[in-house]
Ligand binder design. Structure first.
Ligand code: GLV
Ligand code: MN
Ligand code: MN
Ligand code: MN
Length: 409
């Protein structure tokens, strides 16, 4: 194995490994199309299996599409009764449409390189270290974020998950060829902690590494506006029942209500029927992504938007209906673990995030922590997402330090 223990060697190795992935699912704009179980994401899963095999780490699939590669203690240590238990680390391969390179894969690549670094130093874990690739974290294909970790932990019914369809009408059940296995409590119980390394998704870090304190509560609400399709040239302005107006008002109301509360609201996806320049739409379907610092503020925001939109629909002669597609309550990561890790990493800052992660789902079941790697552009879910090779190498070192600590306890 190559030497990783000097910074230039680690930066070089990171760059080399990263280059193996950078062409997979890359669009001409530099963004990524890595939807769960698409050919690109399957190629990344294959890459995962190859990396695990190279390191002698057996891979298991939990029946929900999540992959686990295990570095077990030697048989002597196992016989001593120290194993099992152990630390889980990893992230996801899937992306939003035209997403960045780092959101997800950085956590998986860093996990394998952290294993290499520990091995090179002669470290032997007393309990297993497991690298995970979670399925459909972004919810870009089937609409529910963190679908793999929700299934694993029993946070979503497997029958409901199997029936979720993508934009082509293909269901998750079709993709898996079966209903997902759903909750695997015995598997979750094997782990003593989960640590996810992730690119930071704003411009919140001055130094290379941060530790997460909390995830803002957030969710996705689909809103369906129905009106009357009609001719753009012949229908009097006073005779229209135009769902686009209700839709546009809803977007503006969401923006205003979020600003009033110091919250975040986004409408980033819309479908128009029939979607013709010269036809008043018959229906418009939008998706509201709303996030706030606490559950109460988030609930108040969504309620206010729905109320205003419904009033507006009354004036437009349309009908609007809101449906919650996925919601995640406020996540507070284990504060003792966060401050211990921050101390271990030389006083790394501890900060909350507005982005969702599998770590948020797992934190209801395991002591969970997140490490963030600085993102100089502050952009994420877009091609300009960034992280320097040197900071990524710092991330690998930080993760190795944390795994060493947690797997030796
Ligand atoms: C996922 O990354 C999300 O925060 O939406
Ligand atoms: Mn993301
Ligand atoms: Mn992510
Ligand atoms: Mn995420």
């Amino acid at each position: 194995m190559k030497t990783l223990s000097t910074d230039p060697a680690l930066v070089h190795t990171f760059r080399e490994v990263w280059a193996e992935l950078s062409g997979i699912g890359r669009a001409p704009d530099g963004g990524y199309l890595r939807f769960a179980w698409s050919p690109a994401e399957v190629a990344l899963r294959d890459w995962f299996r190859v990396q695990a095999a190279r390191r002698g780490m057996p891979v298991t699939d939990d029946g929900n599409g999540n992959l686990f590669a295990v570095w077990s203690p030697t048989s002597d240590e196992r016989l001593s009764g120290a194993a099992p238990g152990g630390v889980l680390t990893g992230s996801h391969f899937d992306s939003v449409p035209h997403g960045g390179a780092f959101d997800g894969p950085l956590g998986i690549v860093s996990a394998f390189l952290a294993v290499d670094l520990l091995r090179e130093r002669g470290f032997q874990p007393t309990r297993p270290i497991t690298v995970a690739a979670f399925a459909e974290e972004e919810g870009s294909r089937f609409g529910v974020a963190c679908l793999g970790s929700r299934l694993l932990t029993g946070a979503i019914d497997p029958q409901r998950a199997a029936a979720l369809t993508d934009r082509d009408g293909i269901s998750l059940g079709d993709v898996l060829g079966a209903t997902p296995a759903g909750a695997r409590p015995e598997l979750v119980a094997r782990f003593d902690a989960y640590v996810e390394l992730h690119v930071e998704q704003g411009r919140a870090l001055a130094g290379p590494i941060g530790v997460a304190s909390a995830i803002w509560p957030h969710g996705r609400w689909r809103f369906d506006v129905e009106g009357e399709g009609n001719h753009a040239g012949t229908t009097l302005m006073t005779d229209r029942r135009d769902p686009m107006l209700t839709y546009a008002f809803t977007v503006l109301a969401a923006n205003k209500e979020a600003r009033l509360r110091g919250a975040h609201a986004t409408v980033g996806r819309v479908e128009v029927t029939p979607n013709a320049t010269n036809a008043i739409p018959a229906a418009v379907r939008g998706w509201l992504d709303a996030r706030a610092a606490d559950d109460e503020t988030l609930a108040g925001l969504v309620e206010a938007v729905a109320k205003k939109a419904t009033e507006r629909a009354g004036r437009d002669g349309t009908a609007i209906r809101f449906t919650a597609e996925s919601t995640t309550g406020e996540v507070r990561f284990d504060p003792t673990l966060a401050s211990n890790l921050a101390g271990l990493l030389g006083g790394a800052p501890i900060l909350p995030t507005g982005a969702g992660h599998d770590a948020g789902v797992l934190s209801a079941h395991l002591p969970t922590a997140m490490l963030f790697v600085r993102n100089p552009t502050g952009v994420s879910h877009a091609p300009a997402e960034s992280a320097s090779d040197a900071d990524c190498a710092e991330g690998v070192k930080a993760l190795a330090r944390v795994l060493e600590e947690l797997s030796a306890q």
